[in-house]
Design a protein around this ligand. Sequence first.
Ligand SMILES: [Zn+2]
Length: 523
Amino acid sequence: MRLTSRRGMVRAATLVTAVALPLALAAPAATAGTAAPAATGVSDVLAEALAHMVKGKNVKKHLDALQSIADANGGNRAVGTPGYEASLAYVRDKVTRAGYKVSTTDVEFPIKWEEFSPSVLQQVSPEAKTYANPTDFVTVTPSGGGDVTAQIQVVDPVIPPAPVPNTSTAGCESSDFAGFVPGRIALIQRGTCAFIDKALNAKAAGAAGVIFFNEGQPGRTDPFEFDIREWRFGFPVVIASTAVGLDLADSPGTVVHLKVDAKTTVGHAKNLIAESRNGAAGEVVMAGAHLDGVPEGPGINDNGSGSAAILETALKMAHLPTKNRLRFAWWAGEELGLLGSDQYVAGLSQAERDRIRLYLNFDMVASPNDVTFLYDGDDSDAEGAGPGPDGSAGIEKVFERYYGKRGLPFKGTDFDGRSDYGAFIANGIPSGGIFTGAEGIKTAEEAARFGGTAGAPYDPCYHDVCDNITNINAAALDRNAKAIGYATARYAYDLTGVPDRNAAALARSAAAPARIPARGAAS
Ligand SMILES: [Zn+2]
């Protein structure tokens, strides 16, 4: 261990000497907003140097460590388990010794949800009546507990229901809640968007509870049980039949009594953040990977591979005088719904978000039957989600350049929301990264271009007990870890093609009228 770290230092110092001169002579200008992402000569040299320094065999050593951690902790590294804590301790130790500024941020995750007695829904006025559980309505899992008597406010319904299902956009836009009186119970029709979006909009509008009702077409009139996959509402949520929904919507000012007797037990975990001490603090180049696995197995490809690859990149970049600040993140609770990255981004101020110039995501980079998928920043595939925020197309091109120069194949993959870039994209932060495939099936065309087995999954051990150290594709690990080093270094020295949201924010605040609150004034 000691020998490895000394060698790392020496190699880094050698590189610094080699590049110090050209850097000083030709510090690359960070021109913003251009579509041309081609690296300048200098940053490309630096990027290639990192590609050379990051080696699959060293990444593999981190994977061996993660496998040992899983072996010693019941076979997995899932969030909330000692295997996760030990994984975090392993990475923390490495980045601390390498000289990074290391911190953690809190992540909450749901452990269990219990309902102690059947929920209650009654109309108090204008007519006193009690609706029947479960024929008229049921509790939504995992509803918050609460006992509320309040006026109903109907949110943008289609009444009478349209003949075609998924017509109502009730509650899908926050504008549906314009004029919503905080403290009321939102009555929201089923329809085009996810229930969770409706409920989150209701929460933002200050609702004290939510009553969904089925949309009203044949086959879509009864209440039904479902999991909304969000526990942080803190208010009761039920779903009623169309008949009850229409009954409640019938007269303005209807008052109901809604009671859910339930509790969610919440667990706590940590994201690990390592930030370099070099480079401009306002120009943060961020790379992240989720460190947690599923309970079913050791999670070595998903996502020991991404975690280990950014760790090795961090170690090799630790002593470089980068122009921009480096920040690496190992996320908790990705497998439970992107919790670590979502809560991290939500916890940042707008000014802190503006300092993150781009986010690179690595989730599964060594699949056994791999394809080199690059997140489709420019939406050239025109599939699923649209393009990423401005600058995402350039990130895709930087990766394409790495593979293209080596004559290696690659193809786009949609930003489908299945990994930790989601919160970054949603906040306008350009994103990109590599993904070698999960449970999806390799096509004949892909097998012809990338090798491997057509008709078989990219990772046959995805979320399974066999996602162990033998599930790692060594060639893919080496190739893609180098690409990670390449792209990270490129942006560490050169933000060409990445719009300067920082400057945009400064311009916004300069344009805004000055507001100097009087001392002691209430805000
Ligand atoms: Zn994953």
